[in-house]
Design a protein around this ligand. Structure first.
Ligand SMILES: [Zn+2]
Length: 447
């Protein structure tokens, strides 16, 4: 890490913020920091007082970053050392945006402060560390965070995950599941046994969908237990278990133990190995409702993935009830979204890069695109799920048992009315909920 000498830069250069109001606040903090450099410049008091004052202002800086991140509905904060500055980025609705630039000389104090708050080792600079920090902010606000520190070539990079409860007050009906997809999900979770899987890349909202289902199933008459990594938030009445590899509490061992605790409904954070897949399948076979996630691109390829993990085709066929493949698209801001009519040129441009999207669109139809206003981030506000819901019907069950490949299963599912993620995206595009750029971006994501 760079050891910088006290320099002559103006305080205003220390923290640059694109948002003028925040910029002013940051500058005030920067001014507070300026006299408290490592060297006791002021010549008043001893070095100790200077250090304490510096920590206080670094604490203010950290609190203002957390507060701004919360206000902007960010999910993560990245504090990244670069050769000449520290970059701070926020992930908002799945997209990273640069929010501040902090002068390099404050890097070590900031990291030190974070390590103290997270009860991490302050003398360790070369090993990854992680912990939790609960911030008490102004106006009685409080937020829990998961913090991870990783040494990079330019210093220690810090990532905070904000564990906010308010963004989680979702209901299944608000996630974007519509029509037959919504009905299929309702039917599947009302069955007393079998497996419901949500699939897609990291950050596609798989766990959120499962939480929404758990909230509907949650009642005093049933024992619901989860094994997760991490437990992001708690549903009252549900037993959440955090995996802990140091204590040999993995998805597989946790699941095995849950099954000795008289469960009705079990949620496994992720099926990523054969052992977990086998225990989950057994649980579903023996009268439990099992919810889990898997990393596959689409609904149909989940079936061969489970078979590749060592589950017999007839067991996959008899236990899996429903596979929900999904992505999260940013929702257009309703205040500033711009209506436009699709032109010949628009269609040609789309067809050049994504003919699978272009083939659903027509010249002359009205869509909406993003603009940007004071109420939103780049024209977007919040996110909505795009879904592909595969119900394991009798014909599909027979095909799986006969060891049919993914193409054959896909053919049957399409005949039975399977709506693809991109088609759900087109529907939401036509409804003015999202934009072509978003449908393009999220449906291009591969696992
Ligand atoms: Zn707007």
């Amino acid at each position: 890490m760079d050891q910088q000498l006290p320099n002559q830069q103006q305080p205003a250069q220390q923290v640059q913020n694109p948002n003028p109001q925040q910029q002013q606040a940051q500058q005030q903090q920067a001014q507070q920091q300026q006299p408290t450099n490592d060297q006791p410049k002021e010549g008043k008091g001893d070095g100790k007082t200077g250090e304490v004052k510096k920590l206080i202002s670094i604490e203010k800086l950290l609190n203002s970053i957390i507060t701004a991140a919360l206000d902007q509905r960010a999910s993560d904060i990245h504090i990244e050392p670069e050769p000449k500055r520290v970059r701070v980025r926020l992930r908002i609705d799945g997209i990273l945006r640069e929010s501040w630039s902090i002068q390099k000389e404050y890097e070590q104090s900031l990291i030190f402060k974070i390590k103290i708050a997270g009860k991490l080792r302050t003398d360790e600079h070369f090993a990854p560390q992680d912990g939790r920090i609960s911030f008490k902010l102004d106006e009685g606000k409080k937020v829990d965070t998961r913090v991870s520190i990783l040494p990079t070539t330019h210093g220690e990079k810090v990532v905070f995950r904000l564990l906010t409860q308010d963004g989680r007050s979702f209901e299944l009906k608000d996630l974007g599941l519509v029509g037959q997809d919504f009905e299929m999900v309702q039917r599947a979770y009302q069955k007393p046994y079998g497996t419901i899987l949500t699939v897609g890349p990291t950050g596609s909202g798989k766990t959120t969908t499962l939480y929404a289902i758990l909230k509907l199933l949650n009642s005093p008459e049933v024992n619901i237990t989860t094994v997760e990594d991490p437990v992001e938030y708690n549903i009252v009445g549900v037993n959440h278990i955090q995996i802990n590899t140091k204590a040999d509490l993995t998805f597989a061992s946790g699941l095995r133990s849950i099954l000795r605790q008289d469960p009705d409904i079990v949620m496994v954070g992720e099926i990523r190995d054969g052992e977990t897949a086998r225990i989950a399948t057994n649980a579903a076979m023996t009268g439990h409702l099992v919810l889990s996630t898997l990393h596959t691109n689409d609904s149909v390829t989940t079936i061969p993935r489970l078979i590749d993990m060592g589950i017999e085709p007839f067991l996959v066929a008899s236990t899996v009830n429903l596979v929900i493949a999904q992505r999260l698209a940013r929702k257009l801001c309703e205040t500033c979204r711009q209506p436009y009519v699709v032109t010949e040129q628009d269609l040609t441009a789309i067809n050049r890069v994504r003919p699978d999207i272009g083939r659903y669109l027509k010249v002359g139809e009205q869509l909406f695109r993003e603009k940007g206003c004071a109420n939103c981030t780049d024209g977007f506000q919040g996110r909505i799920g795009l879904y592909e819901t595969l119900q394991i019907t009798k014909d599909i069950r027979d095909a799986i048992t006969d060891n049919a490949n993914a193409d054959k299963i896909f053919e049957i599912a399409r005949k039975e009315g399977l709506v693809l993620i991109v088609e759900d995206g087109i529907n939401k595009l036509r409804a003015g909920v999202t934009s072509i750029s978003e449908v393009n971006r999220v449906t291009a994501l591969k696992v």
